[in-house]
Structure formats: structure tokens, C-alpha cells
Design a protein around this ligand. Structure first.
Ligand code: NAP
Length: 227
């Protein structure tokens, strides 16, 4: 399988990329991040590092031609890149808004536009949102922008499942609760999550490869602690 994963430089995305490469799977992984230093160490295992800034670099009209330098098609696209800003609503600035909405939502929107023509029937698009953006879940102060931008990703995933169904491309969304990563440790110092990035990466990798055999257009909450 040819697989593109954003946010592959560290945390959950990196763990997912490693899980996809486990047991000499033979998958060809393109791992996108701004900092690709960790991915460079995995190059000999078949992960191609792609340095790209989803907040600032132009996607529309450019990304697919860049991808074609590495592969002629994509079977699985996992949008895992994310940024956490934990700030009271009244303190959030326009720069914060642009950063989170660009990395979470706008990049997902335009990446799918660019990639869909490269995806054969039977392909799977998987977005990684968050429990915070899951309808009816517990909400936390300071996470309005983060959670709302993740809700937008989840809703877009549902819409794309419908729009891409004539091409037989499936789209699903996973909404994890807390996972022990740099993002969580920075936003909530001292908090210890019950799930490690390796555990979540293993789950996402398996779901990305097989989940679309059983479901399409679903937003799936993955949480032990958050109702
Ligand atoms: N950890 C949790 O508790 C938790 C819970 C629910 C959902 N999630 C979601 O899971 C995903 C992974 O989170 P994580 O905890 O693994 O976070 P992380 O360790 O901070 O990793 C985030 C990844 O996103 C990439 N990224 C951020 N801004 C980018 C940009 N402008 N352009 C390209 N790549 C960018 C980062 O790479 P660079 O810094 O190199 O750019 C990094 O690879 C995120 O979408 C997050 O919202 C996490």
C-alpha cells in the first residue's frame, strides 16, 4: 500500500508510521511534518520523509505534483497533524485561530482535494480529530478553538464520505481522548494519560488499513476517560 500520513514527525503520527512499517509490511509510507529529523532515521525502513508546513505552505494546485515525485497513487491518507493551544477564549488571537484552523481543517480540505484524483477505488481517508470535538462530549476551558476546529474536521470527514463515494473512496474519522505525547504534556503538565502513543499508533494503523471494510462516514470516539 502507498500511504501518506501527516504529523508523522513525532507523537501519534510517528507511532502510526512505525506500526505501519512493522514486520516488514512492505508498505510505502510518505511521512509529512515540518521537522523530519526523526523520520530520516527510518528512511531505510521505507518511510519517505516529506518536509512541509501545513500552516504556511501552499497546498492547492501544488501538492499532487509534489506527491507524484514519490508515488503515482495513494491507497491510504491519514491526516494526523495537529496543534494544541490551551488558552481562554477571550485571550485567543487571530494568529492562534489561523494556526489551528489551517493545520487541522484547511489543510485537510485542500489535501483531500489534491489527493482524491490519485486515490484508486477501495482507498481510505482517515482523519484524526479529538474527543473534544465530538458532539456531546465533556468540554474543557481553554480548548474552544482546538475542539471546534477538530469538530470541523470530523464534519468534513462525514461530508467527504458522501461526496467521494462515487469514486469508492471511504472516509472515516477517529476522535481520540488523552494520549501521552509531547502535545498533551505541554498543554497539561503533570497529567498522565492511560494510553501511550505506541498503543494509539497501533490502533490507528490497523484501522487505516482495514476499518473502511466495515464502515464509511463514521466519527468514532476513542476514549477511556472522557464521556
Ligand atoms: N495527544 C493527545 O492527547 C491527543 C488527543 C486527541 C487527539 N489528538 C490529535 O492527534 C494528533 C497527533 O497529536 P500528538 O499528541 O501526537 O501531537 P504531537 O506529538 O505534538 O505531534 C503533532 C504532529 O503534527 C505536526 N504538525 C504540527 N503543525 C504542523 C504544520 N504546521 N505542518 C506540518 N506538520 C505539523 C508535528 O510536526 P512538526 O512539529 O514537525 O511540524 C507533529 O508531527 C493531532 O491531530 C492531535 O490533535 C491528540
Amino acid at each position: 500500500m502507498n500511504i501518506l500520513i501527516t504529523g508523522a514527525g513525532k507523537g501519534i503520527g510517528y507511532a502510526t508510521a512505525l506500526a505501519l512499517m512493522a514486520n516488514d509490511s512492505g508498505h510505502r509510507i510518505i511521512g509529512l511534518s515540518r521537522d523530519v529529523s526523526a523520520l530520516k532515521a527510518t528512511e531505510n525502513k521505507g518511510i519517505i520523509p516529506l518536509a512541509f508546513d501545513l500552516e504556511k505552505d501552499r497546498i492547492s494546485g501544488k501538492f499532487s505534483s509534489m506527491m507524484r515525485n514519490h508515488t503515482d497513487h495513494i491507497d491510504v491518507f491519514i491526516h494526523c497533524a495537529g496543534v494544541m493551544i490551551n488558552k481562554a477564549f477571550e485571550d485567543l488571537a487571530e494568529d492562534d485561530y489561523l494556526r489551528l484552523t489551517n493545520v487541522h481543517f484547511k489543510s485537510f480540505f485542500f489535501l483531500v482535494q489534491e489527493l482524491a484524483p490519485m486515490m484508486p477505488p477501495g482507498s481510505h481517508i482517515l482523519s484524526i480529530a479529538s474527543m473534544g470535538g465530538f458532539q456531546g462530549s465533556v468540554k474543557f476551558p481553554g480548548l474552544s478553538l482546538y475542539s471546534a476546529s477538530k469538530a470541523a474536521v470530523a464534519c468534513l470527514s462525514e461530508c467527504l464520505a458522501l461526496e467521494l463515494s462515487p469514486k469508492k473512496i471511504s472516509v472515516n474519522c477517529l476522535a481520540p481522548g488523552a494520549v501521552q505525547t509531547e502535545m498533551l504534556a505541554t498543554a497539561f503538565p503533570g497529567y498522565k494519560a492511560a494510553v501511550s502513543s505506541t498503543e494509539m499508533g497501533n490502533y490507528i494503523a490497523e484501522f487505516a488499513l482495514t476499518g473502511h471494510r466495515y464502515m464509511n462516514g463514521k466519527i468514532i470516539p476513542l476514549s477511556l476517560t472522557t464521556p
